[in-house]
Design a protein around this ligand. Sequence first.
Ligand SMILES: [Zn+2]
Length: 602
Amino acid sequence: VLGVPVGSTPVLVRGAGRLDAVNLDALAAFAAWLEPRRPLLASIAIRGTYLDEEDVGRLLQLSLPGIDEVIGLLAVTAIGSRGYDDVVVDTAPTGHTLRLLSAPALLERVAEFLDALHAHHRDVVSALRGRYVSDSADALIAELDRDGRSLAATLRDPSTTRLSWVTLPEPMALEETSDALMALTADGLHVHTLVVNRVTEPPNEPCEWCQARRLFEARALAPLHRRFAALDLVTLPELEREPRGIAALRDVARKLAPLEIAGLTSPPVPRRVVAQLDAAPLVRPSAMLPQTLRWILFGGKGGVGKSTCAAAFAIDLAGSAPSRRFLLMSTDPAHSLSDVFGAVIGDRPRSIDGAPPNLHVREIDVANVLDDFRRRYLESVDAVFERVTRELAGASTDRTAFRQLVDLAPPGVDEVIAIADVAEALTEPGARYSAVVSDTAPTGHALRLLQTPEVLRDWTQALMAILLKYREVVSSGPLGRLLVQLSRRLRGLSTLVADPRQAQFVVVTRPARLPREESTRLRENLRNLKLASTTTIVNALGAGTCTRCRKQIRAQADEMTQLRADLRSQSPYAIIGTPAVMPPPHGVRALSAWACTWRRLE
Ligand SMILES: [Zn+2]
């Protein structure tokens, strides 16, 4: 965005006054944080449990899951104390940001966990020496607890922290905003400013497209003054090209204006306008990928329309093979599939009126899945330790530790466990569905999700190795079974993902610079994950006929040229283009009709 390279240490941004910029590397920050503390953490674990050095080494080698994000936040506060007057933080898309902001609580839980481990040591020393003097281990536990609390307090203090939320003038984005703000408020975090970005300004000559777009936006924005009355509401106009570089960004800053609340009334639904695409051959979505696929994931930058593409694809796929059964699912708490279908979709797979009957749709309630796993986990830990506590010294601390381990599970574990269930349903003999279409969370989060099965498997296996100390009870016990089952499902998931005939990731992007650049990074990451991705969908191509629209179409063409160049090194590849439609396709009928207008651009 700044148009200059930004690395992991702060650099002065030329031409922007006294502004420094940095890309925070949470993993590196965590490694730097962990290094000096590693021996102390190990000694706490060894003193407190029945574990030996090898076990503890194994646990510390796994990244303490989720902690990297908290340490990232600590790094932000550390940067703030380096003589800056203000620190502006650009966070990840919604779901991820919500997790990040609640991350300090994780630090407090880690402190509690270590404290429980250390309690045993304190008891032993007190009993032997008659008194206990706190040492460096106690100091580390106190440090973690203090950091967690002060970070949580800083985020909630309106005199030091301001939260601004950025959204689009579209019903789906505003629904998501509403949900997110409610979640934040419930957590004691208050958003101060709401920025509505990319609002269409009146065209300077008649343009059917711009007029339909303006009606659509006005309808979406109408309820704002009721819903977000307490916030500072500001807007930014849609630009012909995305701003890049300091001069362009200064221009944008000057265009920031208060949202005109007074004139907000709900206009009629705009007439349907479809942008024309260049003459390229039509392609049915169901024909763009091999028929052997069992798992098709749709993903991309937030706001590119991946839920809409995934839904149109799934409807077309199910219609093309009436004898097979399909599941379209999402783990997105923003309920994007409900919004796309205009129907309430819950955790139970259901068919949708008007859609092929062999298609089920499900929005997985991941919190529910994790609660269920946690309950089974705690029950089985208790069952195991009920039997060994009497025999082994130290086992009761181990029990506390094992009970707390589930609360330290990495963020995203809930989604992986939910998806592992789906993977088992796909790979088992007599599986319920022939194929699953996934609408994934925005880029960074989706990647993390795809990496998590490996991390989680290491974690489960380390736990199992340690549990071998309690071999007799574990081998037949429910905890062993639970961990073995989880490990098997995760292996099934990894195998499925690694097979290009069975799993493919469809990258969805828009014909604009930032989404296009992010799609290139996404494809690189997918290559590293060894997940096949041959198809890129460029969503919402085209615009209207006014001067501004024609400029936008030229900018889109430049981006398409660049995208082809980005992809050329990769073979095989396909580019599918979908026409922009105003209002965007909503409901089964509109999605089915739109699915017949996709074109194969390359
Ligand atoms: Zn126009």
